[in-house]
Design a protein around this ligand. Structure first.
Ligand code: HEM
Length: 397
């Protein structure tokens, strides 16, 4: 059977490790057909993903980073405005500068105490039960809280918006027809109420700051704000949740590694978190479009063709990582690409790392004898990887 990375079934049990191995070892790039599109080049080797992600002049983020071209109706709602993720420098650089100060290492580090507080509250809510769905009750809670606080909106709304991202990222055939577009429209509807609220009652939050920002001699248009809002909710929600859930799953599958981690939890956590990030690679792919005829690793690529980077495949490349499919929390070098690289490298990576640390520390300190209750089912998505739910049992410490 030829490998089909466009098919949701290929990701039914998480990253298709054997398929990645096969594609990486064939010469050149893999041409993946699309049922309703022209097909695309799948990039699976570390060195190739690295080149494509950094060379924005040859591999453009326009018109979109999704394999499917944008939904005409969604595009109509935002007119000329574009999401930063789908821009190239220099326009992209100007937009990124607008929010970068809120996402530096120092800015994220200021939130550590608050993140520890939030992690404590999340675990307080489930600890006496002795059982929970780790995905919904623990892992999903943290990014919902963080997004809500960042944007200055009520926590309940953060949770609702984050549920919408789930529909947006789901494979179209796994949700009702048009549900993805409908979810984007709901998100825009909500963001419009935020515009009105923050203009009337400005606060010290990112939404207010964006609305007040002086940008190229003007303010952001409402449409530009809607797209920033969607990006921030979208990028920081299920990515963080899936890393936490897959991370705990990997630890439970590798008891010797978990034992090593527990030997000196606080000091060993940073290395462990990077290894969990490498193997879980919550963002499955990002697409680029060739701006000219070019060649990559012996494959000729024509102008206008889609070129899709598979981060989970690059992160298991044996040329880069020793025993790449093993969880090895003591890996000396771990230069993974789970957050991307180049101009679009994840802006939230410092914040994400502190979120992960806060939750894992609290979970592993306070929940003992954690066990899976059955095997988790994976999300029906070719874009985002992680368990859809993961019931666990534990003993309160
Ligand atoms: C484990 C958690 C996360 C993972 C694995 C992740 C991964 C990624 C990846 C792969 C990209 C694209 C990189 C590229 O194209 O080279 C990206 C972009 C981005 N991420 Fe994250 N992300 C995570 C958490 C977050 C959080 C918590 C936030 C913010 C609250 C965030 C905000 C962004 C933004 C704004 C971009 C677009 C950057 C740009 O276009 O310049 N991410 N992320």
């Amino acid at each position: 059977m030829p490998v089909d990375l466009y098919d949701t079934a290929t990701f039914a049990n998480g990253h298709p490790v054997a398929a990645y191995d096969a594609l990486r070892s064939q010469s050149g790039l893999h041409w993946n057909p699309e049922p309703n599109g022209p097909g695309y080049w799948a990039v699976t080797r570390y060195e190739d993903v690295y080149v494509v992600d950094r060379d924005y002049k040859t591999y453009s983020s326009e018109p979109t980073i999704m394999i499917d071209d944008p939904h005409a109706k969604t595009q109509a709602a935002t007119g000329e405005a574009k999401m930063m993720l789908m821009m190239d420098p220099p326009q992209h650089t100007r937009f990124r500068q607008l929010i970068r100060p809120q996402f530096t290492h120092a800015a994220a580090a200021e939130k550590i105490a608050r993140l520890d507080d939030l992690a404590r509250q999340i675990i307080d809510n489930v600890i006496d039960r002795g059982t929970c769905d780790f995905v919904a009750d623990v892992a999903g809670e943290m990014p919902s809280y963080v997004i809500a606080e960042l944007m200055g909106i009520p926590l309940e709304d953060g949770r609702k918006l984050y549920q919408l991202t789930e529909t947006i990222h789901a494979a179209p055939e796994s949700v009702a027809p048009g549900a993805g577009h409908q979810a984007v429209m709901e998100m825009f509807g909500y963001a419009s109420t935020v515009i009105a609220e923050k203009r009337a009652r400005p606060k010290d939050d990112l939404a207010t700051r964006l609305l007040q920002a002086e940008f190229e001699g003007r303010g952001l248009t409402d449409q530009e704000f809607l797209l920033f809002f969607l990006l921030l909710i979208d990028a920081g929600g299920d990515t963080t949740r899936n890393l936490l859930s897959t991370g705990l799953y990997l630890l439970l599958q590798n008891p010797d590694q978990l034992r090593w981690l527990m030997g000196d939890l606080e000091n060993r956590l940073p290395a462990a978190r990077e290894e969990l990030t490498r193997l879980s690679s919550p963002v499955i792919y990002m697409r680029r479009t060739a701006t000219c005829d070019t060649e990559l690793n012996g494959t000729k690529i024509s102008r206008g063709q889609k070129v899709v980077m598979y981060f989970g495949a690059a992160n298991r490349d044996p040329k880069k990582f020793d025993r790449p499919n093993d969880l090895d929390l003591q890996r000396a070098e771990n230069d993974h690409l789970a957050f991307g690289t180049g101009p679009h490298a994840c802006l939230g990576k410092h914040l994400a790392r502190f979120e992960i640390d806060a939750v894992l520390l609290t979970v592993l300190r306070r929940m003992k004898n954690i066990e899976l209750v059955g095997q988790p089912a994976w999300l029906p998505s070719t874009f985002i990887s992680g368990p859809r739910s993961m019931p666990i049992r534990f003993r309160p410490a």
